[in-house]
Design a protein around this ligand. Structure first.
Ligand code: NOJ
Length: 565
């Protein structure tokens, strides 16, 4: 078994690749991606040069929310594989130096989870019901929800149940879909249940946990009405960012730290998915005794604007380094960067309203910007996450037919919010053929179509086509990842270590209006031009890598360069 030699935990500078398993690669031909498909594509990820993989939920699930409705936390959905297959995946990934992070979903489970089914079968006030948040309704017949909370996916956050004797009964809380009942985190039995789940996956050599809705879990015990707040605000409220969370995360940290750091996969991490309205809201999650890491969504939320991006980066750099708060420009909840940046927008989870359509003349700017954003992402100090397909420059598929959409947001909003399916379309591996190589070639049979339809132009973004093209998105990502590994200033950065500073560092340099220019020691300068016209490159010895053509010492609009300086 390999050992870990660096003194610094791997996760402080890791580039982690997010896999949405049902859309990555399908090995058995049922049109749904699976763990075997992923295992067979590990050479691709090793060649790309990432350090770890984060798998979004692959557990048994009725798929009310793409698997974030978990029916069994300690198993693999048979459509995606088996526990033995998971172990094989982890072992083969380890042989390639790749770690595997799994998704922990502690705010809610599936309405088909056995504990919730037991709660439905039990009486009001029973220990079974106490695992969840059941309450009597308001109004003379109890037929109004217990409070006015709204689901993040639109509509009321409460659903009424029928009692075992057939009468209309209590209501249960679900901050997301009705198929996702919220756990009652004030019940110690819930905590013990999750501690066992955490130990289960870490014991199977998962390198860490991505914690879903890490700002949720605890609700105000009064469950009082809210005035004027919407869940999308992500401000501290009766159900988000409660102080009780931090004691829980201290306990989880102790569990993580109890695993042997000297053997692969090394010190275990947990990265919280925390959506926030301001840096002050995020700060308590960055306490040294809490979760090792919390996502920093500042780049996702920023528009393609130099001043806005600089502020987003500065705020995070002072609050916590990118080692504690990894950088990210996309994930399975927000519109793809190519499409988002075409319109200059920032991103928000759960929606894709107002996006430019494919064929929009703005899109080419989106491609240039997404390439430049990739170089920004990978030059920033600390750790970064890449969402599958970002390395291919995939656009958001905005033209999915309504009947194909699966995101509960689309349904619950009455079709007014398109939802997140457009960034979850199965990957194109080959430029033609059945499902562009996502599923195996069915030969003479018609084959099962992918679970979300791929657009006819998908092949132009395929892995096969991009591997051979020195100017492709994939080549840019691979070159950047190789340089990032070998350059002493990148990732965590050597200078940060020597200075004894509390985290990895960067220094802003003056540049023309509309540019982002910073230095990382030793000898690295980043420059991006977000303005309208070409600008001179800052003083440098050599151009190491550029996201577009750099000629005569000039940086064109929507282009970034890595320089030796
Ligand atoms: C965040 C996940 O990333 C998202 O996909 C999911 O819908 C919600 N949490 C609810 O679990």
């Amino acid at each position: 078994m390999s050992t870990v030699t660096s003194t610094r935990p791997w996760w402080q500078e890791a580039v982690v690749y997010e896999v949405y398993p049902r859309s990555f690669a399908d090995a058995d031909g049922d049109g749904i991606g699976d763990l075997d498909g992923l295992r067979r594509r590990l050479p691709y990820l090793a060649d790309l040069g990432v350090d770890a993989i984060w798998l979004t939920p692959f557990y048994p699930s009725p798929l009310a929310d793409g698997g974030y409705d978990v029916a069994d936390y300690r198993d693999v959905d048979p459509r995606l594989g088996s526990l033995a297959g998971f172990d094989e995946l982890v072992a083969e990934a380890a042989e390639r130096g790749l770690r595997v992070i799994v998704d922990l979903v502690p705010n809610h489970c599936s309405s088909e989870h056995p504990y919730f089914e037991a709660a439905l079968a039990a009486a009001p006030g029973s220990p079974e019901r106490e695992m969840f948040l059941f309450r009597d309704g308001r109004g003379p017949d109890g037929d109004e929800p217990p409070n006015n909370w709204q689901s993040v996916f639109h509509g009321p956050a409460w659903t009424r149940v029928t009692e075992p004797d057939g009468r209309p009964g209590q209501w249960y809380l679900h901050l997301f879909d009705a198929g996702q009942p919220d756990w009652n985190w004030r019940n110690p039995a819930v905590n013990s249940y999750f501690e066992d789940i955490i130990r289960f996956w870490l014991g199977r050599r998962a390198a860490g946990l991505r914690i879903d809705v890490a700002h949720g879990l605890f609700k105000d015990p009064q469950l009082a009405d809210l005035s004027g707040l919407a869940a999308e605000d992500h401000a501290p409220s009766a159900y988000f960012h409660r102080a009780e969370l931090h004691e829980l995360y201290r306990l989880w940290r102790v569990i993580l730290d109890s695993f042997e750091p000297d053997e692969f996969p090394g010190a275990r991490t947990a990265v919280g998915e925390v959506w926030y309205d301001s840096p002050a809201t995020l700060k308590p999650y960055l306490d040294a005794t809490g979760l090792p890491q919390v996502f920093n969504f500042n780049l996702i939320m920023s528009r393609w604007d130099a001043a806005e991006l600089r502020q987003a980066i500065e705020v995070m750099d002072t609050l916590a380094g990118g080692d504690r708060a990894p950088w990210v420009i996309g994930n399975h909840d927000v519109a793809r960067p190519v499409t988002r940046y075409a319109g200059g927008q920032g991103g928000q989870p759960n929606g894709a309203a107002g996006l430019p359509r494919i064929g929009d003349p703005e899109l080419p700017a989106g491609f240039r910007r997404a390439r430049a954003a990739a170089l920004l992402l990978l030059a920033l100090p600390g750790s970064a996450y890449i969402y599958q397909g970002e390395e291919l420059g995939l656009p958001e598929v905005v033209e999915l037919p309504d009947e194909a959409r699966q995101d509960p947001t689309f349904r619950r909003s009455g079709g007014t919010v398109p939802g997140r399916d457009g960034c979850r379309v199965p990957l194109p591996w080959t430029s033609g053929g059945h499902s562009f190589g996502f599923s195996p070639d069915p030969g003479d049979h018609p084959g099962t179509p992918p679970w979300l339809p791929q657009p006819s132009y998908w092949g132009q973004y395929s892995v096969a086509r991009q591997l051979a093209d020195p100017d492709s998105f994939f080549t840019l990502y691979r070159d950047a990842l190789r340089l990032r590994r070998s350059h002493p200033a990148l990732g965590y950065g050597e200078a940060a270590d020597l200075s004894g500073a509390s985290g990895p560092r960067m220094t802003w340099l003056d540049g023309p209006a509309g540019t982002l220019v910073f230095r990382r020691d030793p000898g690295f300068v980043f420059a991006a031009n977000l303005g309208q016209g070409a600008v001179p490159l800052p003083p440098h010895r050599q151009v190491l890598l550029a996201s577009g053509p750099v000629e005569d010492g000039k940086l064109p609009p929507d282009t970034a360069a890595w320089l030796a300086g």
